[in-house]
Design a protein around this ligand. Structure first.
Ligand code: 6PG
Length: 465
């Protein structure tokens, strides 16, 4: 019997996704570069095994699929995807569909869609292994008619928010992978802001890891309720079986990254879309990996004072600061999506993006439901101006200011929270300081400036000579 869908790449995410597809009642054929991996996967599939057809060669794999075929690629992003497409295409019919469900750079997806010699979708999948297995958030991109061919499968395997599938077609070309990259940029900023509040609790307030865990657990009961706060509580509260002490204390303070956050920042620069909290988070990861340099810096300049007098910052103020920072980082991500939508002519569905992130993905959070409502009312508006979030920011920005100021005074680096605050302040300053920049540009390069008093443009100062 032919399988309705095929999947190539039985790594962690591919295996989990294949089991999820089988569990939802779809017959699936699978293939992996190493045949043993395919056999082991099938052998361990238990009661789902009858729905799974393991195949040894690409030819067998293609032959096992019902036509027109639909094939999910779950292989590492980059050249491997191109190599896989090149190996697959000659075996396929013109109308067979390839779906790249890895974390591809959307520029690659745009190119592949042009060059793939057949239907191609670029689909962002979020939620880690657990999500892939039991319900990820899915962001599709490509031709709508191609999405419609597999939407019933992708919706069935996706996470559900109050019954609504978290799987949506975002737009043409690489729109799905673009939205996934911005998701990851927000993920970086959210994680970094949480890490910075951990820094204030640990270095400023002297909390041990289990106490930090309890604070995050408590925050997860309130407005900050989200997957990342939840797992941060769990991470901080976990005991290391080897030492009996907190596991967090023995984890090396150098963050890895696979590149999606960096792509978001690079793209934001191309779009001239300000996303400073996300940029700060990417920079912080880069900096974190320079451990030797940081140790040399501490030896040269001495450690910062760090410990705060009791009562300097309260847990409640930290919570408010994190709420404020989080709203600002999501606002930046969404407004960048809006800028891309216009620049690429994609008509990205902003409220649906917020909806698709409400369940299954790494940045799922209670706030996203309110963001979906706000973006439904006004999709083009920066979320910080939406009445509900403007009200939240009004209530919390003083706390963010206190936390950032006290962190600075005590030598605790808080770049994402700090840049969130600077963004907030810049965005509520009608008269900024770029008149000085324009004066400088005109002075050294006669670039011209506009005048405030009479509205004239392309003016020069008397230095023009
Ligand atoms: C997700 C995640 C995932 C990401 C990993 C690691 O949405 O499920 O964003 O796609 O690849 O979390 O990302 P970094 O290695 O860049 O931290």
């Amino acid at each position: 019997m032919s399988s309705e869908i095929g999947l190539i790449g039985l790594g962690t995410m591919g295996s989990a996704l294949a089991l999820n597809i089988a569990e939802k009642g779809f017959d699936i054929a699978v293939w992996n570069r190493t045949a043993q991996v395919t056999q082991d996967f099938h052998a361990e599939a238990g009661e789902l095994a009858p729905r799974i057809t393991p195949t040894e060669t690409l030819g067998d794999f293609v032959a096992a699929l019902a036509t027109p075929r639909a094939i999910i690629l779950m292989v590492p992003a980059g050249e491997i995807v191109d190599a896989q497409i090149a190996a697959l295409r000659p075996l396929l019919d013109a109308n067979d569909l390839i779906i790249d469900a890895g974390n591809a750079n959307f520029h690659d997806t745009n190119r592949r869609m042009r060059d793939a010699f057949g239907p191609f979708l670029g689909v962002g999948v979020s939620g880690g292994e657990e999500g892939a297995r039991h319900g990820p958030s899915i962001m599709g991109g490509g031709k709508r008619e191609d999405w419609d061919r597999v939407a019933h499968i992708l919706e069935a395997i996706s996470a559900k928010y109050e019954g609504t599938p978290c799987a949506t077609w975002m737009g043409e070309e690489g729109a799905g992978h673009f939205v996934k990259a911005v998701h990851n940029g927000i993920e970086y900023a959210d994680m970094q802001m949480i890490a910075e509040t951990y820094g204030v609790l640990r270095d400023g307030m002297g909390y041990e890891a289990p106490a930090v865990g309890k604070v995050f657990d408590r925050w997860n009961e309130g407005p900050l309720r989200s997957y990342l706060v939840e797992i941060s509580g769990k991470v901080a509260g976990t005991t290391d079986p080897a030492t009996g002490g907190p596991l967090l204390d023995v984890i090396v303070d150098a963050a890895g990254q696979k590149g999606t956050g960096r792509w978001t920042v690079i793209e934001a620069q191309h779009l001239a879309a300000p996303i400073p909290a996300i940029e700060a988070a990417v920079v912080a990861r880069n900096l974190s990996s320079r451990r030797d340099t940081r140790a040399s810096g501490e030896a040269l300049f001495g450690a910062a004072p760090k410990a705060m007098a009791k009562g300097t910052v309260s847990e409640d103020a930290l919570e408010q600061a994190l709420i404020c920072g989080k709203i600002l980082c999501y606002a930046q991500g969404f407004i960048m999506i809006s800028a891309a939508s216009e620049a690429f002519g994609w008509k990205l569905p902003l409220p649906d993006i917020a909806r698709v992130w409400r369940e299954g993905c790494i940045i799922r959070s209670d706030m996203l439901n309110d963001m979906a409502d706000a973006l439904t009312d006004n999709p083009a508006q920066n979320l910080m101006f939406a009445p509900y979030f403007a009200d939240q920011l009004t209530q919390t920005h003083d706390a963010l200011r206190q936390v950032v100021a006290q962190a600075a005074l005590h030598g605790i680096a808080a770049p994402a929270l700090g840049s969130g605050l600077a963004y907030f302040d810049a965005m509520r300053t009608a008269r900024g300081t770029a008149n000085m920049i324009q004066g400088q540009r005109d002075f050294f390069g006669l670039h011209g400036f506009a005048r405030l008093d009479d509205g004239s443009t392309d003016q020069h100062g008397p230095w023009a000579g």
